[in-house]
Design a binder for this molecule. Sequence first.
Ligand code: IPM
Ligand code: MG
Length: 349
Amino acid sequence: MPLIALLPGDGIGPEVVAEARRVLEALALGVTFETAPVGGAAYLVAGNSLPPETLALAKRADAVLFGAVGDPQFDALERRLRPEAAILGLRRELGLFANLRPSSLTPGLEDVSPLKPEIARGIDLLIVRELTGDVYFGEKGRRTGLGGVREGWDSMRYDEVEVERIARVGFETARRRRKKLCSVDKANVLETSQLWRDVVNEVSGDYDDVDLTHMYVDNAAMQLVRDPAQFDVIVTGNLFGDILSDQASMCAGSIGMLPSASLSSWRSSLGLYEPIHGSAPDIAGQGIANPCGTILSAAMLLDHSLDMAGAARRIEAAVAKAIADGARTADIGGTLSTSAMGDAILAAL
Ligand code: IPM
Ligand code: MG
């Protein structure tokens, strides 16, 4: 029986993961669940944001459904003890280098997007974000420079093996969509980006059927609001992908709607699935968070990790139907609670 590890984490994480679990249970797929603490919630009980038992469960499970980590109460902790260290540690320890962040407008949410409806309607893109390298995992530190001036530094680096494997994920996913791949970098300034661009160009020789373009990240940020419909698949590094995926999600209506998958290879079964919204401490505990991003992450989990594409499509259809029928949490212009939104999706199922 497949095992799903539930790591609800902090803030609104537990509230939204509970709704996704209800949806998975309603489908009666014969999966089992085990829950473990992560992030600030784990630090409070175990003094470690990623306790060894939690990591062991994640490794043993067939897939991980993750809520969110982060809470301002831990901002003063050493970086390695902070809640965020847990998700970074899971990505690194599980080798989850490929992060898929789809962004499309759910029909009915045209007026929720801060973009004009006619522009928002065209969004249907997938960001393939590299997840275990870049300035996130490079050397970093503090030092005191001349005259006692304090300095903080982080190093950005990629090697060609890391770029090639994420580029291939970009090409493979583009091949299965509209066959357009846009590689985003800052090659006009950064040496890391020039290597990135060179390697992506080399890999493109194996994908003649995919139309490859390159774009500087500042231009990409602008194009995402000017004309998001031009994008099919975007492949980019860890930091640029972090920023652009929040932006793309909001263009599509609400950051609360969007799921993600973090995979250890193209088509690997091991994966971690999480909504991209984060812990949202300002609304935690109020029961008003949008569970759709997590529920749609559960659909991605069934698809990629458990080979249950039929059940995944059923979840996606149920979310779309609930939204079309007018079910709305506050972030998308309604008044439903988290669990009432879950009820609406269960009813549509
Ligand atoms: C995300 C988040 C994380 C990241 C944080 C919580 C470390 O913003 O998944 O996008 O920066 O990758
Ligand atoms: Mg982010």
